[in-house]
Design a protein around this ligand. Structure first.
Ligand code: CU
Length: 158
């Protein structure tokens, strides 16, 4: 009798402990901070593109350091998978369905973005970069003038 209780109770407690740790991690993963900066991520054969609040677009993902970033991921064609190995962040991306992921980049620098779902001929070339910048640097990039704007301004003032 004592033995049966022991071999039932001890594994149950172990499983509950493992579940608790898993649940904490899961909650953190799905609860996006409300002040997170949203970025629309579009996957298509065979490139990633990013669109920020206000409509600015880029082929690399530019983010400020120590700031929560919310990714809204969708695909224009087939299934892809968004992967930043350095951040241990990975999310499958589907057509006709929106998926959410978030992160806080804690160090400035450049890191790889890859597609980890086989998506056709050039799947293995479907790379991009995430560039983590100081806050001021990011603001300059985000709200500053693009090279095209500067060229236009130069032409107008000549
Ligand atoms: Cu892909």
């Amino acid at each position: 009798m004592g033995l049966e209780i022991a071999w039932t109770a001890i594994p149950t407690i172990l499983v509950l402990i493992m579940f608790w740790y898993g649940w904490q991690g899961y909650k953190e993963m799905v609860n996006v901070p409300e002040d997170a900066m949203p970025v629309n991520v579009t996957a298509q054969m065979w490139k990633w593109s990013f669109e920020y609040e206000g409509g600015k677009k880029s082929d690399s993902l530019f983010v400020p350091v120590n700031t929560p970033v919310k990714l809204i991921l969708h695909s224009n064609d087939v299934n892809h998978s968004f992967f930043i190995p350095a951040f241990r962040l990975k999310k499958d991306v589907f057509p006709n369905r929106e998926r959410i992921a978030w992160f806080i980049a804690e160090r400035t620098g450049e890191y790889d973005i890859a597609c980890t779902e086989y998506c056709g001929l050039n799947h293995s070339y479907m790379y991009s970069k995430i560039i983590v910048m100081e806050n001021q640097e990011f603001k300059d990039w985000m709200y500053g003038m693009s090279e095209e704007d500067l060229k236009l301004l130069k032409e107008m003032t000549q």
